[in-house]
Design a protein around this ligand. Sequence first.
Ligand code: T3D
Length: 272
Amino acid sequence: MSEATLLSSPDALVLVAQRGAVRTLTLNRPAALNSFTQDMHVELRAALDGAAADPAVRAVLITGAGRGFCAGQDLNDPGMAAGADGKPDIAAVIEANYRPLALRLQAMPVPVVCAVNGVAAGAGANFAFCCDIVLAARSASFIQAFAKIGLIPDCGGTWLLPRLVGRSRALALALTGDKLSAADAERFGLIWQVVDDADLPAQALALADKLAAMPSRALVATRQALDASQALSLADALALEARVQGELGRAHDFAEGVAAFQQKRPAVFKDR
Ligand code: T3D
């Protein structure tokens, strides 16, 4: 297995590395549990845009440095905008940072794996849930911390939580702000899988490698169709499936997948 190549500065707020076809982004403010500052948002956006634009990238893996994954908004960040009345303009912070982040993840042209290595709180938790497949270390936890500071779930939380776990659990998580263990997050269906702490990096990388070798265009079309179906009737979802299958059926990867099956060899997918 090849070594990872660091593409960012070693002291960047988001470390960017490439190994094979997997681009790894590591939130890197461990002393503040990788909470989001304005500068970290800027670096994360650039890193996600860079991965999206690079044809050598076929899967993205997101994780955090140190003992936390991400504690949400850095509540000490002087970059937090103030409105004309001098009070915090949180709408501006969300419009500038969290809304683009959630939409960027939903529109990534490759699958995104999230390896939650420690606590994920506030927007840090919902950022993780925006990713396609979430693994978490057994010691990790998830906290909808917003209610404790007089806010509502953001970074897509109001949309994601009821879809992931249903209204009853979504409301209880959001209203109490209680800490949910990784094991309970898996049991609720908030995340895909909990793994032993020591195994998280290797298992997350193995999953990203596996996805990188699969037909990216079809994987991304799957995410888009599943998300779109939430607002569609069965008849309209069936029509969408027909249209998307029609497009994929004319693409390289379908021909390659069928040929590889018939020839009993591994497929080499390349559409993105
Ligand atoms: O503009 C806007 O506000 C809008 C956007 C809102 C989106 C949001 O994300 S709102 C929610 C913001 N996040 C939180 O409210 C979580 C705050 N953090 C915590 O509740 C706890 O830190 C944790 C439960 C996440 C972890 O607890 P613990 O005991 O493991 O660690 P700790 O000792 O509290 O934190 C370690 C350090 O990280 C500590 O710094 P220190 O004292 O060692 O210098 C702590 O201050 C720092 N830290 C943790 N979270 C944040 C933070 N610093 C700034 N902002 C944080 N969110």
